[in-house]
Design a protein around this ligand. Structure first.
Ligand code: ZN
Ligand code: ZN
Length: 203
């Protein structure tokens, strides 16, 4: 299972070649082995690589019910609110929501609805191995996702961060910034929640 695809080549015209692109991704993974692309949310920097991968992988593409609405209709102002590129409609073949489980080998991921960055943002939690895949909801070093893009909500993000900060997490795999991998519980999500309480309560 691949979690998000990066921007792929979608933003190449706008950004310099310094950011990792789909060719880098293809060198890092065996794309033919990918059976499932799970999208944490619909932003272009997480979905743009799909068009470049689609010719090589024939797999399930999944997202939340909420994000799927925007992805299947190619709602560009929602999917790329910053750069305003045109987003082609995507075929979402499976939709997930709170309470669903995704099994990959020995990993049983619980699907958590964690709105705030976008309304349909999902996180995945593996309770046995204490892994959190957090999309753009929470990042390391006490940081967290922005809430000023379409469907974003500071109060919803605070609730999501509170919820995540109560989980025991040893491995944090965020949508941006380097991962945290530890043998013991990590505290950075509590820091993110505390920082968000201070910063977002003004809005
Ligand atoms: Zn995002
Ligand atoms: Zn992002």
């Amino acid at each position: 299972m691949m979690i998000d695809t990066g921007a792929g080549n979608a933003l190449n015209q706008r950004f310099s070649a310094s950011s990792p692109n789909i060719e880098t991704l293809k060198q890092a993974i065996e794309t033919k082995r990918v059976k499932h692309i799970f999208l944490t949310h619909g932003h272009i920097d997480h979905i743009g690589g799909i068009s470049s991968l689609q010719s090589e992988v024939n797999c399930t593409i999944s997202a939340s019910h909420e994000e799927a609405r925007h992805l299947t209709s190619g709602n560009s102002p929602y999917l790329d609110p910053i750069m305003n590129s045109t987003c082609s409609p995507l075929k979402i073949t499976k939709k997930y929501g709170e309470g669903d489980t995704i099994t990959v080998g020995n990993y049983d991921f619980q699907v958590l609805e964690t709105p705030g960055h976008t309304k349909g943002s999902l996180s995945l939690y593996e309770p046995d191995k204490k892994i959190l895949i957090s999309g753009d909801t929470v990042f390391p070093q006490g940081s967290f996702g922005r809430t000023d893009l379409p469907s974003g909500s500071s109060s919803e993000l605070l609730n999501s961060l509170k919820r995540l900060s109560d989980l025991e997490i040893h491995v944090l795999l965020p949508g941006h910034m380097p991962p945290i991998i530890s043998q013991t519980p990590i505290n950075s999500i509590k820091d993110s929640f505390r920082n968000a309480q201070t910063m977002l309560s003004y809005y």
